[in-house]
Design a protein around this ligand. Structure first.
Ligand SMILES: [Fe+2]
Length: 339
């Protein structure tokens, strides 16, 4: 039986706070030619929204950033409940054209409290804020454009050591059948011998198909590491393979891990105006299937990724990063189960 987000993992804006934040976001969106801004320009614009964030939201975000036992934080009431959004866009990289511009600024304003919003050039045309929407012909893929198929357990961009520390999902239009689910690595109940196997930095993670990459060689990685009370995890049900010499021991460790991910999951159906922030280094997430209608009323989220390490962000040198380079030491063994 899945668990649900606790009161400690939830922060709710009062209606007057929602109204004031939305007014500030709309004013800010109107003050610039937003579609003409690059990722840095969009982020600079969103900085102007930070003073409009309610103090109790700021406190909750900073507690989440510090990792004080919270691997997920749900913000409710970030957007007005009665807002008309227009039609759900047709794809992840569609431009922001209407009130979604102000919503994107709300998302980025919150994201800036956890670190630096960023993305990869290889991912949905390098859009800093992507639409998470069902796309025809992608129904059964292991991407956020899927719908009819289960989006299985994964971390964002597990093949990249520069993957985000946090991911933010802001709901504009909900879908009752689509449960977002996640499991915290700290909740996993695994024997020590299994943890030892999963700590080997020899599992192989291949890039997922959402990235446009020529070189799709998998990258070696451990699956579970770090302190027992706050471990980090890198897992993907489809793109992660056991070490070539791992044998039955590694296969068994992955099977036990997958069972624990199911057993310890927390699930939530995102409602309009809700923002779910997940720690991408300490949780694994997925989404249950739903049926897309294709009539402009489908599920619609905005997503951005966040780097919480300022030194790492500065080393990468750009908010929209160049195509990832697979380390030379990576094995040429292909990943399994690419959909
Ligand atoms: Fe995801």
């Amino acid at each position: 039986m899945p668990a649900h987000l606790t009161a400690e993992q939830t922060v709710s804006l009062r209606p007057d706070e929602t109204t004031a934040l939305w007014q500030a976001a709309r004013d800010l969106a109107r003050s610039a030619d937003l579609p003409a801004l690059d990722a840095d320009g969009l982020t600079r614009l969103a900085c102007g929204l930070v003073p409009a964030l309610p103090p109790h939201l700021l406190r909750a975000l900073h507690a989440h950033r510090s990792g004080a036992g919270l691997d997920a934080l749900l913000v409710t009431g970030l957007l007005p409940p009665d807002q008309e959004w227009g039609s759900t866009p047709p794809g992840s990289a569609a431009p922001l054209t209407g009130p979604d511009q102000a919503a994107a600024l709300c998302l980025l304003g919150v994201a800036l409290q956890l670190g630096e919003p960023f993305t990869f050039r290889t991912f949905y045309e390098g859009r800093l804020v992507q639409h998470v929407v069902p796309v025809p012909s992608m129904e059964h893929t292991q991407t956020s454009e899927s719908s009819d198929g289960m989006l299985d357990w994964h971390v964002e961009d597990g093949f990249s050591p520069d993957r985000c520390d946090h991911v933010g999902l802001l709901c504009l239009r909900g879908e009752p059948a689509a449960y977002t689910r996640f499991t915290s690595a700290r909740d996993l109940d695994l024997p020590e011998d299994v943890r030892e196997v999963l700590r080997r930095p020899a599992f192989l993670m291949a890039p997922d198909t959402a990235h446009v990459l020529e070189d799709r060689r998998p990258v070696p990685t451990p699956v579970l590491w770090g302190p027992r009370e706050a471990p980090q995890i890198c897992y993907d049900a489809h793109y992660l393979s056991p070490p070539p010499d791992g044998g039955e021991t590694a296969d068994r460790a992955l099977r036990l891990l997958a069972a624990e991910l199911d057993a310890r999951q927390v699930e939530h159906t995102l409602a309009p105006g809700e923002l779910l922030l997940l720690d991408n280094r300490r949780t694994v997430h997925g989404r249950t299937p739903f049926t897309a209608r294709g009539d402009g009323t489908d599920r619609w989220l905005l997503r951005t990724m966040i780097c919480s390490s300022l030194p790492r962000y500065r080393e990468c040198g750009a908010r929209v990063r160049p195509p990832l380079e697979v380390p030379a030491a990576a094995s040429a063994t292909p990943g399994k189960g690419a959909p």
